[in-house]
Design a protein around this ligand. Sequence first.
Ligand code: C2E
Ligand code: MG
Ligand code: MG
Length: 656
Amino acid sequence: MGADSDTAAQNMIRELERQLHQKEAEIALLREITTLIGGETNLQKVFDLVAECARDLIHAETVTIPILAPDQSSYVYRAAAGRNAEELINADLPIEIGICGWVLRHRKPWWRGVLELLSENERNQWEKEAGTVILVPLVGKRQFLGGIAGINKTGGGEFDKRDLDLLSLFASQVGVAIENVMFLDELARARQRAEAFKEKLETTNQQLSRTNEELQHLAVHDPLTCLPNRTLILDRLQQAILTAKRNHHPMALIMIDLDHFKEVNDTLGHTIGDQLLINIGKRFQSTLREPDTLGRLGGDEFAVVLPEATQDDAIVVASKLQSALQEPVKVDHSSFSIGASIGIAVYPEHGVDPSSLLKGADVAMYVAKRNRDELAVYDPEQDTYKPDRLELLRDLRSAIQEQTISSAFQPKMDLRSGELIGMEALARWTHPEKGNIPPYEFIPILEQTGLIRPFSLHMLEQAVRFAKRCQQQGFELSVAVNLSVHNLRDERLAEQVAEILGRHDLEAALLGLEITESAIMNDPEHSLGILTELQTMGVQLSIDDFGTGYSSLSYLKRLPVSELKIDRSFVHDMTQDSENAMIVRSTIDLAHNLGLETVAEGIETTEILEVLQGMQCDMAQGYLISRPLAEQEFLDFLASGKWAKHTRRRDRAENL
Ligand code: C2E
Ligand code: MG
Ligand code: MG
């Protein structure tokens, strides 16, 4: 018995010693793990370590670490060690599923001992495997994290209360460390996200400022020519004025309007017109210096701001701009001779703010265009010359509607016989408030707005009716009407002319149509068709203002015209200006060689009349013979006065 009890005591001591060793080993392992984990900052490594250590600690075949998702609706095995670890890792499961789900929902550990806590349903489901699974919650200082699960005891058997205590102790030791590393990890990821966001923000910012720059550029540049637009020009003008004011020096503004650009655009199309504007913009730009700003104000209008320039400097720049157009401008395979009218206004003489300088340069440009000069400097006396176009247009519309634009008739004399053989109908508009408005002010507006077509028909009607009236009174005179380039594009023109002649019962031969040289040259091929149609009807055609355009002799030869009217700018001073006299003489010779008759316009003195007779000019028109007259005045003039005896009269008997 004594030996037995000794043996029993020895066994007990041995068992206690074994338990002590085991405890010491477990404590050493726990300490080791806690140190290991405490020094680790990589979250995945921490999870892996925890799984490995837990497996050693409780001798489990497999250990997993289920971690709750932030929204607590699911959990993920963030680590697994042992059997099937590979398959389990990263599996994502809803919180309602499995023993894991139960632990995470109830926040209680799992081992066989919990069976009595389960609902009957759960117990039936898990009773069999209750002992092969052990699961303890993993809790940090701030939150519930998930759990540590052991599956199957190595070598068979079940997990017992001791395993549970050990794993719980382990979990409480590592919970806070895991929470800290998770927190660090979350922080690092948040930082990364912030970095990425910052980068994206920077790129977006860069893109935004680029778009902004583009928008800003677009807002102040003309998209066609890429030159500064009106807004930027106004701004530069304002700046130049301020600098000039500060430094007590002058500055100048130049405005440029292309001659006959509208016709090119209308006849040849916008593509050619656009290209022409681009090329002309480049030409202008190449003549300017660095501080000068060239811009496009719109349409065919350009402007140049010269920040430090006197009037003389501006004139030099303007002449350079003019010379830039001397060479024809090429577009595709065609070349265009484009002229320009230039107006100059200077600070401070002509204005001290942008709007008065703009207005001054605009008035000067208008004067240059009207005088057919290349350039003009603003002169305050000319202010009234520039009509307010919008106002005029409104009044013109009603004048046309109410047919208050009348005709004056200027006689045409045969220089060989001295007979009055014809007359020209000229439009006369007496504005209710502004008085007489000359044709050069309102005809261009009619042309630009398309009102010229109905207006020309109205003039034709009046002219034909009056010619008939003259005829009825015994004066056989032809009547000429001025047509615009727009009429030459009207396919129905010939038909309408025939209709008017028919209605008034006038022979076609008594009607003449005057077309300016530039109108014909605008689209020679097309004009040719319509002119031929008119000529076939018996209507007389003449080229008006000859010498001011760019006729091509080859076209001139083909045109079905019978008359050239020499522009009065060559005639009026031909007794003083030998060059003009020569031009008149050669025009007469040229016309005769082409089988055409010549009419000299603007004859104001007998001296000129005689010179023209000497040059074999066929016909004459001018103030010397008579100013344009209203219908009744014209009839009175025919019936009496000094030229009456020359008038070609029909035998009255013929009319009876
Ligand atoms: P135009 O067809 O060359 O007409 C001749 C112009 O010279 C007329 O000016 C006439 O009054 C003016 N004139 C005639 N003799 C003399 C003279 O001895 N000395 C001076 N200094 N001038 C003289 P007006 O009536 O002012 O017409 C100017 C232009 O307006 C016309 O030039 C013509 O191109 C255009 N025009 C006039 N009426 C019409 C019209 O009904 N339709 C169209 N499309 N254009 C018209
Ligand atoms: Mg005329
Ligand atoms: Mg003329």
